[in-house]
Design a protein around this ligand. Sequence first.
Ligand code: FHN
Length: 690
Amino acid sequence: MISLALLAATAALAPSNDTPAQHDARMKQWKEARFGMFIHWGLYSIPAGKWGKGTGYGEWLREEAHVPVTEYEKLQSQFNPVKFNADEWARMAKDAGMNYVVITTKHHDGFNLFPSKYTDWSVKNTPFHRDIMKELSTAVRKKGMTMGWYHSIMDWHHPDYLPRRSWETADRPADGADMDRYVEYLHNEVRQLLTDYGPIGVMWFDGEWESTWTPKYGKALYDLCRSIQPKIIVNNRVSPGRNGVEDATLKAGDYGTPEQFIPATGLPGQDWETCMTMNDHWGYNAADKNWKSSKTLIRNLVDIASKGGNYLLNIGPRSDGTFPPEAVSRLRDMGKWMRVNGDSIYGTTASSFDSLPWGRSTTKRLGKATNLYLHVFDWPSDGRLVVPGIANKPLTAINMPGFDISSQAPQVGNLSRKGATLPVSRVGSDLVIKLPPKPLDPNVSVIELVVEGAPVIYRPPVITADSEILVGSTHARIASPSPSFQVRYTLDGSAPTASSPLYRGPIAISRSTGLRAATFLGAKRVSSVVEKEFRAVAPAPAESVTGLEPGLWVETFSGDWEKLPDFDTLTPRNRELATGLSIPMNGKVPDEKVGQRYAGYLNVPQDGVYRFALSSDDGSKLLIDGKLIVDADGLHSDTTFNGEAALAKGPHKVTITWFNGTGGSALGLKWGRAGSPLHALSSGDIGHIP
Ligand code: FHN
């Protein structure tokens, strides 16, 4: 009999023990910096992407070209970047408007770009005997910027790191490898990097996704960094838990790291930084000519800042120590723009608007006023810049930093801030700015709109509900965007008017209904109309079974899957009773390459809509009465997926299927009536036919 135990999902590393105020103080300078340089440089820069017949490689060369370690090690004697000039690198970063630099001290190939005290696999044993990190950190600080280290957890060279690459187990057997001993080596190198090179602002870990790296290792590494340099900030890749590179949510460390993309609406409630290449490679690839334009890079920076994030833009230096000329020209263009418009990026917070049809915006409080920086991508042909749905009174006039409107010709360079005044008028709930006929900057024109007080934006209200399907009745709630505004609504599908009911509290809905709502200022509607459709449904009928006994039948299968198999086609290795979803099975440490199918009945206490939260590592599914309610299939870390069903009182057939590939495992199900707290599945909730 499997004991009832719901494994609390292996909590990924929580952020530090700082109080929110301490955390914010530690993040402040980095957040205000907004813009940094990423540098991927190492032995892989020597072949510059070319190996054998291939020309598309970068820093993953050894893995992608299956280069035997002895072959790859020959590159060490070729590393001699005679043109490396740290002051030149720092000058280009600073002149581009960047405020911090993060460089690969060690990438996945395990080669140390600093004179490691713990291995000969380092720059110390190359013809280039200088301490690159010492020179660069000194130059970076001399320019008033912050130094940061990228350091890979995954290591394709160290004999103790596991797992080996699948293609090299023959010539690099894992016999005797000891991951704990590797972690000690990793800690020693991080300690050296955080002890010997002065104040370091950022530890940028990477390569945390392999099954041998655990949240426990991650927490110890995070704590090590903070113990040596308490003010340092550490990215989320210090600990496992990301669901692939698209997952930038903050499950560990101090900030999220979306890679090669800009989150559509930012990552509200957490700090984050988008890292991105200028072409398609992190490490230098001579054949890669797919360079993003300077305009695209500037607009990316603006877009990211408008969502409250940082931009870490990558350079892949050449093996001689120089930056590719295409990168140099883009850095120069960005610097020109930043010299004039940097105030609209540095020290700003996210846009006060949900979206702007013509561009982006950033925000900066100025005492009792607020500076709204309007970044115009698409210059209005009618000369009217509409700032939508804002209640504030515009103060002073509109100031365009660095441009002398009288010249009508945009000037860049070392212009003083000769801002010009533009007419601004209120048109209903909008402010309209009269613009000159031509854009002021070919990349992004910036206009400063200074308004009285904190921004008050006529956002539409937000409708929430226990559920959008209803059995009997449900409740809808409507949140106003500001206490200064009222919300009016209708239930007949029409747009609310000044005579529509005022929202005063939850609305009971007992039939299929179209709820519409909008924000009002007095009698005037000042926002768009939002809507939510509610559908009355009949609950699925219960099964007419009797004599149920507590527990579920659970079959366990062996197999190596990337998604759930059809268990009907397989023979279980055993079948037993479980009083709940239970990992580890039989109290044992969960196997890997295993699957389970739980089957029985769910006891539904009363007619209603029920919500289900199924958590698993790896994939799982929940079916009720044979209908798929939650699909959590696939390879992933412990993640929760949700679903709902309208069920009549009584027993309903329930099936939960689950599998685990390798690494961590978890399985849990919470459920409850829509609008009530969910509770973990318990033995009283389930039954089986003996
Ligand atoms: O595998 C690395 C890759 O080489 C590069 O360093 C990027 C940069 O963030 N990080 C990993 C891929 O997500």
